[in-house]
Design a protein around this ligand. Sequence first.
Ligand code: TRP
Length: 331
Amino acid sequence: MRKLKRVLTGDRPTGCLHLGHYVGSLKNRLRLQDEYECFFIIADLQVLTDHLEKYEEIQKNVFEIMCDYLAVGLREDNIFFIQSQVPELAELTVYFSFLVKLPELQRNPTLKEESKMYGVKKMSLGFLSYPVSQAADILFCKPNLVPVGRDQLPHIELAREVARSFNRIFGKKVFPLPQAVLSECPILIGIDGKHKMSKSLNNYIAFAHTPEETTQRILSAYTDPLRPYKKDPGHPEECLVFKYHSLFFPQVAQKILSQCKKAKVGCKECKLILAKNLNSFLAPIRKRRNYYHSRPKIVWEILANGTKKARKVAVQTLREVRKAMRFSYPF
Ligand code: TRP
């Protein structure tokens, strides 16, 4: 029996992490890292789904995302690993691909949404089947929990389905069913007030942004459309800036709420308060980020160690899988 319960989660390295990642998953991970053995996958192969032409940037993004992880306070001794460097995951994906029916993938709402968002007209086989590969990312280490944002739920459900089918068909309880954990605010709307915060829509605030950039971005944020002038009372419940206040600084938010409703604080002033508070919150994160960013050797070493550990677990699981599938020959 394992000593600690396991957590697995991860990201695609498509750019720097931002506040959306913070509320959607990093905050959860910070809490979980003290109680669980944590596996964090950097899913570099998965970037090829809708950013195939950006293959040259992936390695740099792996480095950046790793700096972000350490910057927010994830400890170096968690198991951080790179998807493409654990070839057993690719093998497991092949086995799993026989357990998933095509319509199940074609119906996947997250997949549909992503292909629409990035204007992918003819989906590659790899894109269509990435949830199967993600099931392998998850199941190989038999995690208890998979903390993710709401958009990932269909993928976790598929992973559970794959685990169930595998156990049923091959007559062994190789894969325990992992449980998804949602954070309290799984999707953060970006500063455009319309879409989920994301790098590709440029509606984000990154850890890598400077204080000045952060302030500029907050100042450009979408606010209450029903309040053209400061003298008009605001509708904080529907205002994005207020949403940010309440998520990050609940106590300040109480004050803003009443002042905004009474037209005692203007939108610009309200945004400047938010920018100032966010910048104080981000200051230690930026400091740690700079520390690691200027010491690439340390960062790559952490990834090398994590990948080695993840591989060891994967090799063991694949042994069990081949045995269950009768792919263990007497030579
Ligand atoms: N699909 C996830 C995302 O886009 C990244 C990911 C890859 C992942 N493999 C995973 C998340 C396994 C959780 C578990 O954010």
